[in-house]
Design a binder for this molecule. Structure first.
Ligand code: ADP
Ligand code: MG
Length: 461
């Protein structure tokens, strides 16, 4: 929307300049950064432009000032300086999340610009299906900023918080979103334990070190999930430090997640720790009741089931510190309702979850060891058989259930679980989990077996 008081000529000049800029930068950046700018004055040797906030100003100065100056010089036929001034004038509308609707540019792929999300429930990890509450709002907005403007502020971004609170979700959302915005962007996501395993394999199998390094350094965004795993192994820390510095030096954005703050990561070298705290550190806290309910409502909608509020409140009271557990409880209720063709209501939920021990009342977590033992006992098979390579039917079933429960009830990654099941690959573990998830929805006996074993495990920890 153009202020009426602006002389035509000034506006025309700016219009011509922005037309040129539009050709020079990717559409999503044009719509979120350039479109909201307003020309304030055009002088002989300078043009003053109003920007909506200091964040946009920083982004322009570090990323787009050259494109704007050269477009302005071409249009004016002389060298002109661009002066950016943060203006809260109503004409300079909005922020990254909201700006003048008339300025919206629909990128070529037909999606709307940054900040206006359409729900796409088929994606597991995206910003759209991340429920924002007081406990996670800062981590969420910082992650979104990185996805939109990698290499800019907040480098590295360090997100920490307990298990199941959405760290991996945010990292994967950064990947999904930045690649949707800019299909040419290179993003690397890695579980730190995998980084370590692959680096050790490079050393022991004498693989090409440069190939390993290149996987990481030639990217715009590199994310290390569960970086707390780095503590301890010195050779890996040195390798990480070198890669970190190369990335940082080339303005790649580094995103780290951890289940604890850097000071609490044991055996982490001081120089790495100081790099971690040198950027932006944000924590995710356990969600309050309102956020847990919002998450449950979203998941229930995605499952297209009706769950009355009182039943949601009951489920939310059973898992306060871990959203993965919260989801698991809802899944269990939904599976039961489908298997028995019943409606979901408070009494039914209380019955299905009656043996569920509230997380906060639990003294410690189950271990892979414990789960393997209890599952073996339950199915009357030996532990050796459970983790063996045998493909006999009862063994395969017991093994898959055991892997599923390890995934559900411990903090172990797929990789670690696989290694404790006779050195299986993480994709095998994932396949087993998916298999059991689908059996739970189809077979009452599997549902009851898994419920029984879960209760036995919960009582044993
Ligand atoms: P972490 O990496 O912190 O252990 P995850 O990112 O794996 O946790 O999250 C666990 C589960 O909870 C995932 O299925 C994730 O989609 C879900 N989840 C976590 N936080 C949210 C949120 N704010 N909104 C919706 N789902 C969430
Ligand atoms: Mg995670």
């Amino acid at each position: 929307m153009t202020p009426r008081s602006e002389p035509r000529e000034k506006v025309d000049t700016w219009q011509q300049i922005t037309d040129r800029i539009r050709e020079a930068i990717p559409p999503p950046y044009y719509s979120s950064i350039i479109a909201p700018l307003r020309v304030i004055s055009v002088e002989n040797d300078s043009i003053t432009v109003g920007v909506p906030n200091s964040f946009t100003k920083d982004v322009i100065l570090s990323r787009f000032i050259h494109e704007i100056s050269s477009a302005a010089s071409q249009v004016c036929g002389r060298n002109v300086d661009i002066i950016l001034t943060v203006s809260s004038s109503p004409e300079i509308v909005g922020t990254i999340a909201s700006h003048d609707v008339e300025d919206e540019v629909i990128p070529e792929n037909g999606d709307k610009k940054a900040g206006s999300f359409k729900p796409t429930p088929q994606k597991k990890y995206s910003f759209e299906n991340f429920v924002v509450g007081d406990s996670n709002k800062f981590a969420y907005s910082a992650a979104l900023m990185v996805a939109e403007f990698p290499g800019h502020n907040y480098n590295p971004l360090f997100i920490y918080g307990g298990t199941g609170l959405g760290k991996t979700h945010l990292l994967k959302a950064i990947q999904d979103y930045s690649q949707t915005m800019n299909p040419n962007i290179k993003v690397k996501y890695v579980q730190t334990s995998r980084f370590i395993d692959e680096f050790i394999a490079t050393l022991t199998l004498k693989r090409d070190k440069a190939t390993f390094d290149n996987e990481y350094i030639n990217n715009h965004i590199v994310m290390f999930d569960d970086i707390q795993a780095l503590g301890g192994t010195e050779a890996c820390q040195n390798k990480f430090f070198d890669i970190f510095n190369l990335l940082y030096g080339s303005n790649s954005h580094i995103v780290l997640s951890s289940d604890r703050p850097p000071v609490e990561i044991a055996k982490l070298s001081a120089r790495i720790r100081s790099r971690f705290v040198g950027g932006l550190m944000l924590d995710i806290k356990p969600p309050d009741l309102e956020t847990r309910l919002a998450i449950l409502r979203m998941k229930a909608r995605a499952e297209t089931v009706e769950v009355p509020d009182e039943a949601l409140v009951f489920i939310a009271s059973k898992a306060k510190d871990n959203i993965r557990t919260l989801e698991g409880l809802l899944n269990k209720v939904v599976a039961y309702a489908r298997l028995y063709g019943t409606r979901i209501h408070l009494q039914m939920v209380q019955e299905v979850l009656k043996d569920q021990v509230a997380e906060s009342d639990r003294s410690k977590k189950a271990s892979v060891d414990l789960i393997q033992n209890l599952v073996s006992n339950y199915y009357c098979i030996s532990r050796e058989d459970l983790i063996s390579k045998s493909r006999s039917r009862p063994l395969v079933k017991g093994r898959q259930v055991a892997m599923y429960l390890c995934r559900e009830l411990t903090d172990e990654t797929l990789i670690r679980i696989g290694s404790q099941f006779g050195g299986r690959d993480h994709s095998t573990v994932l396949h087993s989990c998916k298999k059991v998830e689908s059996l739970l929805k189809q077979k009452r006996d599997v549902f009851h077996e898994v419920s029984d074993i879960t209760n036995i495990i919960n009582k044993s920890v």
